[in-house]
Design a protein around this ligand. Structure first.
Ligand code: NAD
Length: 493
């Protein structure tokens, strides 16, 4: 296989150390996990698979910090200022963060610098606005004589949050958890995915520089075994997990032991539905972006396409030709638009699902193969099937792979869109406003985008119906998961 030819940007990675109570510490008893560049398969570093002892230290530090007046009694505006300061530091280190993310995850610099890093800044600035607005309210008890009591609610931070993030948007998804948790006054023990630890370690340096008190944010490195220690730790009040549905189900079962609070952002198999009246100039590039951006490693990627039989071939040819314009290369090559998938394991998983789909009868419209070069690259792929049991149609592939199905009857669209155990997102293309709103109501998904795609917003709740998860991230709704409500009733009669 040939080595990539374009020039690559040099990147300085942080040391692979845990960040606990404001100190950078190793775990001498831990196994080492190698971290690879997915574009070259070369080892770029190693991290500890931290043991229960390190998780224990991190939880102890987070618990102390949670009760320490330096954090617990901070005025809301001072907490807001810390979040703004962190956002400013991210802006100042934007190119470094983007380069780390592109090396570690493989995603194109064109995206990490214009999407991942700016999104972190936007989310932090949005959540920086909340601490001064989070308060309880005065209520009149329904069963007591008027004026006999003074009753009100307090909204208190839930405690130490255990945050576990995946590798597809390492920095963004860490910030989606850190920003609301910190705005609510919680403290955090956070674990990046073992494949992509470095951007969160760089973020920890910036968190320290921003002036957050020691122990408010602790980063613990490791794989699922370390994650399991976090899930099982009795000092953790709430788990905020983003990852696969299989691990999410396991976590749900584990937290039943002590009824920890839990939110789960899990897998997806989101539909892109093109109606006969859709503007194909918008729908075709939109559908292509929805499945090929980030090499399809987006939980709400539009991976099942439904297009009218009459325009089916035109739509598929259009999506394939947009895919063909995505220049394949290492994330750090400046002109790359389609990076590798994150690991050998992910490559095997994606190719295994593509091959299973073809074996079960799906026709290959385009792509379908690993790219013949070093690194974990997969061709932008379109498989055609109307077999709703085909594994490529049913299972989350998490690579640049679309299954396409023609339809004849508009009335079957909602049922087709909902024909999945998941319910994270949906993309609908139509010029008919009534149909857009009707379908948006009928589709079982946490977010429905109409005539646009892949556009989360910090003010809009995000999460899954069905097996795509529990709870919502973002917007005001997220605070239901980071705050406990306490009613106080005072007899003044
Ligand atoms: P994964 O579930 O294997 O791993 C995710 C994280 O969980 C990693 O940090 C991993 O180390 C940790 N982990 C693994 N086993 C654990 C355990 N037993 N206890 C605690 N932590 C454990 O998922 P993945 O394959 O790395 O990520 C891809 C999946 O994530 C896809 O299914 C994708 O749809 C999903 N995802 C969902 C969202 C969302 O917002 N809904 C966003 C991104 C990714």
């Amino acid at each position: 296989m040939n080595a990539p030819e374009s020039p690559r940007i040099a990147v300085q990675l942080p040391d692979g150390l845990n960040y606990v109570n404001g100190q950078w510490i190793d775990d001498p008893d831990a196994e080492r996990i190698e971290v690879r560049d997915p574009a070259t398969e070369a080892i770029i570093g190693a991290i500890p698979c931290s043991t229960a002892a390190t998780v224990d230290r991190a939880v102890a530090a987070a618990t102390r910090a949670f009760h320490d007046p330096a954090w617990a009694s901070l005025a809301p505006l001072a907490r807001e200022a810390l979040l703004h300061r962190l956002a400013t530091l991210i802006e100042e280190h934007a190119s470094e963060l983007a380069a780390i993310e592109s090396l570690d995850n493989g995603k194109p610099l064109a995206f990490s610098s214009t999407l991942d890093v700016p999104v972190c800044v936007q989310w932090l600035r949005y959540f920086a606005g909340w601490p001064s607005k989070l308060s309880g309210r005065q209520l009149a008890p329904a069963m007591l004589p008027a004026g006999s009591t003074h009753a009100y609610t307090l909204r208190e931070p839930v405690g130490v949050v255990g945050a576990i993030v995946p590798w597809n948007f390492p920095l963004v998804l860490a910030v989606w958890k850190l920003a609301p948790a910190l705005a609510a006054g919680c403290t955090v023990v956070i674990k990046p995915a073992e494949q992509t630890p470095y951007s969160l370690l760089k973020l920890a340096q910036l968190i320290e520089a921003a002036g957050f008190p020691k122990g408010v944010v602790n980063v613990v490195l490791g794989d699922g075994r370390t994650g399991q220690h976090i899930v099982d730790h009795p000092g953790i009040a709430k788990i905020s997990f983003t990852g696969s549905t299989a691990v999410g189900k396991r976590i749900a079962a584990c937290v039943a032991n002590d009824l920890k609070r839990v939110t789960l952002e899990l897998g997806g198999k989101s539909p892109t539905v093109i109606l006969p009246d859709a503007d194909l100039e918008t729908a075709i590039p939109g559908a292509a972006q929805a499945v090929f951006v980030n090499s399809g490693q987006i939980c709400f990627a539009g991976t099942r396409l439904f297009a009218p039989r009459k325009t089916f071939d035109r739509v598929l040819d259009g999506i394939a030709s947009v895919g063909a314009t995505f220049k394949i290369g290492a994330g750090l090559e400046p002109d790359t638009m389609l990076g590798p998938v994150v690991s050998q394991r992910q490559l095997d998983s994606v190719m295994g699902r593509v091959e299973a789909g073809i074996k079960a009868g799906a026709a290959v419209h385009s792509g379908g193969k690993r790219v013949a070069r070093e690194g974990y690259f997969v061709e932008p792929t379109i498989l055609v099937t109307d077999d709703r049991q085909n594994p490529a149609y049913r299972e989350e592939v998490f690579g640049p792979v679309l299954t396409a199905t023609p339809y004849d009857d508009l009335d079957e669209l909602a049922a087709l869109a909902n024909d999945t155990e998941y319910g994270l997102g949906a993309h609908v293309y139509t010029r008919d406003l009534s149909k857009a709103h009707q379908l948006a109501r009928k589709i079982q998904a946490g977010t429905v985008w109409v005539n646009t795609q892949l556009a989360p917003d910090p003010h809009l709740p995000f999460g899954g119906f069905k097996q795509s998860g529990w709870g919502r991230e973002n917007g005001e709704d997220v605070f239901a998961h980071y705050l406990e409500t306490k009613s106080v009733v005072v007899n003044i009669g």
